[in-house]
Design a protein around this ligand. Structure first.
Ligand SMILES: *Cc1c(COP(=O)(O)O)cnc(C)c1O
Length: 358
C-alpha cells in the first residue's frame, strides 16, 4: 500500500510500525541500546535507532520529506543554522521564537553571521532583503504574534536568488501546513509541542525535501546530528510517536475550541486585542490594564495552566514578555494562549473569571 495516498489522519496512526507478521508487536519498538551487533545497517546508536526510524517515517510522510529526529526543537534550529556559512546573512522575522532570535543575535555579535530582521507579513520587504542572503528563516504563524507569511511567494523569491528556505513549522504542524510543498528546503520542529502533545518531553526534528538538493541537505543534517551529538533519547522518541498517533484528533478539538474562544475574547471588555490567524489552536490577547493585569489573569486561572510552552492537551497561558530575549515587538501585556482539548465552556468560564478578577 502507498501510504502517501492516505489521509494525514490515517497516516499519523498507521505509520512507524513494524511489519505485520503473525505474533509481531503492533506498535513501534522501543530500542534501548548504545551499540548494535556488527555488520548490520547501523553500528552505533549515535547514528541511528529503530525507534528514531519509526518516528521519522511517520513525520517524514506527513511533511512530504525525509525527517531526522533530534534532541529538542533548539537542536533542530541549531542544525539548520549550521548551514549558514561564516559571514553569511540570515533573513529572519523581527518577532519569532526567542531561542532562534537569541542564537542569531549571539552569532551576529560574535561576527559569525549577519542578520536582517524583517516584518514577515510585508512580503515585498522580505523579498527586498533576500539578495545575497544565505538563509531565509520563516516562522508562520509566528510565536507569539501569530503573523502569517506568504510562504509560497517568499519561497519562490528565495529560490530564484539561491537563498535556502527554512521554515519552523512548530505552530502549524504538517496537518495544517506543509512548507516543503510550498517550496521550502528545510522544515524544523519542536516536537516538544503539538507533535508529541502531552507536555511530558522535549524533542525536535529536521525535515528535508525528497529532491536531489533535499537529499544533499539531509545528508548534511544527518552528519551534523551524528557529530554534534544532540541526539534524541529513544524513550522520548517513542513517547512522541505515541503522542503523534492522536495529533489529528487533538488538533481538531483544540482548533474548534480556539475558534470559539477567539470570537468570545474579541467581545470581552478586558481584552484590547485578539490575535488569531483563523486556524490552529494558538491565540494571543492584549489584556486591558497592562503588565500587572496580564500577570493577574495568568495567575488567577484554575484550569488553564500558567506555564511556558504550548501544544499540549492541557490549555496553557503565559505572558510572553516574562521570557528574557523576547523581542520588544511583543506587547508587555500580551498573553499567549495555547488552547487544549478540555471542554470549551469550562475553558471559557475559567478565563472569563480570571479576566474579570484582574
Ligand atoms: C519551543 C519552540 C522551539 C524550541 O523547541 P524546544 O523543543 O523547546 O527546544 C522552536 N521553535 C518554536 C516555534 C517553538 O515554539
Amino acid at each position: 500500500m502507498n501510504h502517501n495516498e492516505l489521509s494525514p489522519a490515517t497516516r499519523v496512526v498507521a505509520l512507524g510500525r513494524v511489519d505485520r507478521e503473525p505474533g509481531a508487536q503492533v506498535g513501534a519498538p522501543l530500542v534501548m541500546t548504545s551499540t548494535f551487533h556488527a555488520d548490520g545497517p547501523v553500528n552505533y546508536a549515535r547514528g541511528g535507532n529503530p525507534t528514531w526510524s519509526a518516528f521519522e517515517e511517520a513525520l517524514g510522510s506527513l511533511e512530504g520529506g525525509e525527517a531526522l529526529v533530534v534532541a529538542s526543537g533548539m537542536a533542530a534550529v541549531a542544525a539548520a543554522l549550521s548551514l549558514v556559512p561564516h559571514g553569511g546573512r540570515v533573513v529572519v522575522p523581527t518577532a519569532a521564537y526567542n531561542g532562534t532570535l537569541v542564537t542569531l543575535a549571539d552569532r551576529e555579535e560574535a561576527g559569525e553571521v549577519a542578520v536582517s530582521r524583517v516584518e514577515i507579513t510585508d512580503t515585498a520587504a522580505v523579498v527586498a532583503a533576500l539578495d545575497g542572503a544565505a538563509v531565509m528563516w520563516i516562522e508562520s504563524p509566528t510565536n507569539p504574534l501569530l503573523e502569517v507569511a506568504d510562504l509560497a511567494t517568499l519561497a519562490e523569491a528565495a529560490r530564484a536568488r539561491g537563498v535556502l528556505v527554512v521554515v519552523d513549522n512548530t505552530f502549524a504542524t504538517p496537518l495544517l501546513q506543509r512548507p516543503l510543498e510550498l517550496g521550502a528546503d528545510i522544515v524544523v520542529h519542536s516536537a516538544t509541542k503539538y507533535l508529541s502533545g502531552h507536555s511530558d518531553l522535549l524533542l525536535g526534528a529536521v525535515v528535508t525535501a525528497r529532491t536531489d538538493s533535499g537529499r544533499a541537505l539531509h545528508e548534511r543534517m544527518r552528519r551534523h546530528r551524528q557529530l554534534h551529538g544532540a541526539i534524541a533519547g529513544p524513550m522520548e522518541t517513542w513517547l512522541a510517536l505515541r503522542g503523534l498517533r492522536t495529533l489529528s484528533v487533538r488538533l481538531e478539538r483544540a482548533s474548534a475550541n480556539a475558534t470559539i474562544l477567539a470570537t468570545r475574547l474579541a467581545d470581552h471588555d478586558r481584552v484590547e486585542r485578539v490575535r488569531y490567524p483563523g486556524f490552529g489552536a494558538m491565540i494571543s490577547i492584549d489584556v486591558a490594564g497592562g503588565v500587572e493585569a496580564a500577570e493577574r489573569v495568568a495567575a488567577a486561572t484554575q484550569i488553564w495552566v500558567h506555564s511556558t510552552s504550548l501544544g499540549g492537551v492541557e490549555s496553557q497561558v503565559e505572558r510572553r514578555r516574562r521570557q528574557p530575549g523576547e523581542p520588544e515587538a511583543v506587547p508587555e501585556n500580551l498573553l499567549r494562549l495555547s488552547v487544549g482539548i478540555e471542554d470549551v465552556e469550562d475553558l471559557w468560564s475559567d478565563l472569563d473569571a480570571a479576566l474579570g478578577s484582574a
